[in-house]
Design a binder for this molecule. Structure first.
Ligand code: ATP
Ligand code: MG
Length: 192
């Protein structure tokens, strides 16, 4: 089992690159943001709670996302081959929970791709995406709140994963294919 975490601020391109990486390495893609949006669309108990946090640009409480993720890992046969975790972990607590969940399955986080994009470009990308996505969180006011939340709670994972020895920084600007080539070069060097 080879597991990748794709890490970066909102709008850094995690979802876009994850889909390409899924094809390249035959991994299973778990986007916690996508799964939460499906819960919202279906009006589940979790969806009703998640909706409030997401539209305010806040993170969903750790226990809820960790539970959701554990269920996916248990119920998805394809996940046993290896996973791209997109949008998870987003807090140190989530990272510790992921370490435990994978260790229980005889696995670990093998590489963390850190996508680096400057803040003005992030805001431009998210506003542009908001014009088509219809997402409740892709508007300037909520984008600002998401970035504050990111710096406070998610950014510390950078140092955490450097400490774990798995962090691979990648410049997240340029064309989608250029960024993809940088990511695969970093992963392939790691796999050798
Ligand atoms: P991208 O880089 O792909 O553009 P994104 O940050 O715009 O990513 P998602 O990853 O889809 O968007 O997340 C959207 C929202 O869902 C987050 O702002 C947060 O409220 C909630 N969410 C997603 N994953 C988590 C998580 N691991 N913990 C807490 N909340 C989460
Ligand atoms: Mg996304």
């Amino acid at each position: 089992m080879f597991n990748i975490v794709i890490f970066g601020a909102p709008g850094s391109g995690k979802g876009t690159q994850s889909e390409k990486l899924t094809d390249r390495y035959g991994l299973y893609h778990i986007s916690t943001g996508e799964v939460l949006r499906e819960h919202i669309a279906q009006g589940t108990e979790l969806g009703i709670i998640a909706d409030k946090f997401i539209s305010e640009g806040k993170l969903i409480p750790d226990e809820l996302v960790v539970d959701m993720l554990a269920k996916i890992l248990d119920n998805t046969e394809e996940a046993k081959r290896g996973v791209i975790f997109d949008g998870f972990p987003r807090t140190i607590n989530q990272a510790k929970a992921l370490k435990t969940l994978l260790a229980e399955r005889g696995a670990q986080v093998d590489a963390v791709i850190g996508l680096d994009v400057d803040e003005n470009e992030l805001i431009d990308r998210l506003i542009l995406r908001g014009k088509q996505s219809g997402r409740s969180d892709d508007n300037l006011d909520t984008i600002r709140k998401r970035l504050v939340e990111y710096h406070a709670k998610t950014q510390p994972l950078h140092d955490y994963y450097i400490g774990e020895g798995s962090f691979l920084p990648v410049k997240g600007t340029g064309s989608i294919d250029e960024i993809f080539d940088r990511i695969t070069a970093a992963i392939d060097a790691r796999l050798k």
